[in-house]
Design a protein around this ligand. Sequence first.
Ligand SMILES: [Zn+2]
Ligand SMILES: [Zn+2]
Length: 239
Amino acid sequence: MGKASLLQSWQVLQRWVLPLRCLLCGASGAGGVDLCADCAAELPRNRSCCARCALPLAVPAALCGECQRRLPPWDAAWAPFRYGWPLDRLESRYKFNADLAAGRVLSMLWQREPCPIRLPQLLLSVPLHHSRLRRRGYNQALELARPLARAAGVPLRHDALLRRRSTAAQTELDALARRRNVHGAFAVREGVALPAHVAILDDVMTTGATLAECARVLRRAGVQRVDVWALARAPSPRG
Ligand SMILES: [Zn+2]
Ligand SMILES: [Zn+2]
């Protein structure tokens, strides 16, 4: 066996023994995830953002213009990434193509981010209506929330918030239509005792309409402090 073919066999064997592989470009995975170092370095971090709604800001400021005009119904937002290349590719594969390997990568990335200093007493995931859950087979927010809650040591409930009616997908709607679309869509399950400080988790936060509606429902149920957690924040302004 020549040197080249020996090397080839070794590479084949190595891939088999260490099957980490970048889901985006096919190169070897690094850091214990199916993502190479180069693609991981391209993940858009949400370092400069509004303290209240995590909206990405080009110029550092305490609050974005929207929050200066009208504060959102939650207390603080945590979104460690921006929704952009290449995270958007992984997210759409996870959410719309049932690519659970992409979901695992996203979940690992999130767990590695430093948690907010004031942790909530309870984490809730944004519920899917049962008709959509049946079609998709999993709640993409809940599957990200499970390992994150374990890593942060915060209890998680997926059944405390109910989706009372099926809503149109928010993707195609503008900010005002998004607010109307989710108005009255959520309720706290009867008999559920909620602590004073709760965080509600979604995979991606776009205008924040869904999380805002959940926050209002939780406040009406007596929760004193509501935080919102999302893996990534879209750079569009909140409507
Ligand atoms: Zn890569
Ligand atoms: Zn803001």
